[in-house]
Design a binder for this molecule. Structure first.
Ligand SMILES: [Zn+2]
Length: 254
């Protein structure tokens, strides 16, 4: 059993009903379409909460500038490493590098979306993941796609450009999922939503995220209630047979 986590930055769940390429995976998955992220609904704080299963007030990163933890909590990759599990990251926003400690990853791939354009950078992280995950055994793979958030800030959340960015993301998600060995459980989520050309507030549009899980034990069509971004690390740890850190606040969704 292996796990792939795909995070589409700024992807609102209410955008997905109009995305044709998303429907096949959604129909085969257990889904929380009203899961909640943490406050502030900002990219790096939310990612830190995803990987450390505590609120930003506890891990200390409250803006997109990483803050070393004063009272460190082990993150998902550190817990997995302690259980001899191998992790790999594929990402196009540089700050993602701080979600794991040095030497916790077996492999990482980064291309800079800000320089090459996030649409192309989404294609590049997906291609890198397809290539690498088919030739090396990775227990936990994380793919980060930044295009949707860039489109939201540039043209507005729910604008046609934003919807095209979600289409781009799902084209890549389908390509990756269809190429992977069958024993991967796939979790697709977002760090936050957005409204107008921004996010970071406590509005439902910013706070509500999808959590879509396809794999053994996750019944197709099942609705997952009361899910939080903090539940993702405990879920992945459990799927991989690792014990959650005792300070983690989230619960396993299986
Ligand atoms: Zn943003």
């Amino acid at each position: 059993m292996r796990t792939l986590l795909i995070l589409v930055d700024g992807m609102r769940p209410d955008a997905l009903k109009d995305i044709k390429t998303a429907q096949d995976i959604i129909a085969k998955s257990s889904c929380a379409m009203d899961a909640q992220t943490v406050i502030p609904s900002v990219t790096l704080p939310c990612h830190m909460s995803l990987f450390h299963s505590v609120d930003p007030s506890r891990h200390g990163t409250t803006t997109n500038t990483y803050m070393p933890q004063v009272r460190p909590i082990r993150g998902l990759c550190e817990v997995l490493l302690a259980n001899k599990k191998r992790s790999a990251f594929f990402y196009n926003w540089e700050e993602i590098r701080d979600l794991s400690r040095p030497n916790s990853l077996a492999f990482s791939y980064f291309c800079k979306g800000r320089d090459i354009g996030y649409d192309k950078a989404n294609d590049m992280v997906s291609a890198a993941a397809i290539d690498y995950l088919n030739k090396d055994y990775i227990d936990f793979a994380f793919i980060y796609m930044g295009y949707t958030d860039a489109a939201g800030h540039g043209s507005g959340w729910m604008s046609s450009t934003y919807m095209e960015a979600i289409e781009n993301s799902w084209r890549n998600i389908n390509a990756v999922v269809n190429s992977l060995p069958e024993d991967y459980t796939v979790i697709i989520t977002a760090d936050h939503g957005g409204h107008d050309r921004t996010h970071g507030t406590e509005l439902p549009e910013d706070m509500t995220i999808p959590i879509i899980i396809k794999g053994e034990g996750f019944e197709a069509g099942k609705v997952i209630e009361n899910a939080s971004i903090k539940d993702i690390a405990p879920t992945i740890a459990k799927l991989l047979g690792a014990e959650a850190d005792e300070e983690w606040e989230g619960r396993s969704l299986i």
